[in-house]
Design a protein around this ligand. Sequence first.
Ligand code: SF4
Length: 242
Amino acid sequence: MGQTTSELINLVASRRVLERIETAARKLEHGTPQQILEWAFQEYGDTLTIATGFGAEGAALIDIAAKINPQFHVFFLDTDFLFPETYELRRRLEARYQIKIHAFKTAITPTAQEHLYGDNLWARDPDLCCRLRKLEPLQAALQGRKAWMTAIRRDQTAARANAQAVEWDRRWNLAKVNPLVTWSKREVWRYLYQNQVPFNPLHSEGYASIGCTHCTRPVQLGEDERAGRWAGFTKTECGLHA
Ligand code: SF4
């Protein structure tokens, strides 16, 4: 059976959206994070939301965003298993930039998770634990949005190597903007120091990348910056950016 008129109209509209994003990605490939943020605020307005995991990159992104559009919307995924230092950083960032960093979390408390799936789910099936505590809340956070923004960098993991300044996120079905995509770790830290941006003190104790307490350890000299995440598993991503 052929496509209906409304299906054809939707198809043409989707193609136009994709073409617009691909054109912007080419233009912004050599743009600064500030230029990418300016483009994104102009393109998506209130339908854009920024995700932060409170890493060094996330803190830099909040600072850049606040200087361009103080009314930006920002959220984090509260797994209930974040470090106390991370919750404290949330408070510091909210106070410094006079913003609300919205929390999205599962209705399944840690106790309920233990009853439903047994103890230490993260040690037996981290993919399921991440799905419950991160992916489902992310789906709720992106509901009704046309675009989300992340602080990923290409050189963080193999899965991020092909990330674009702006791209279509097939998994979540909306545009994804990655202003720091071409930055190195060194550039992130230079920005934090030059602009006196608050950051998680755990970075100074060897935690290169910081997630949940159960799945994060400090890295040793010479180790990959994400080696401290899900140590003992081949997992390097929680699935947000797959
Ligand atoms: S990072 Fe670990 S504790 Fe956090 S949601 Fe994923 S598996 Fe669970």
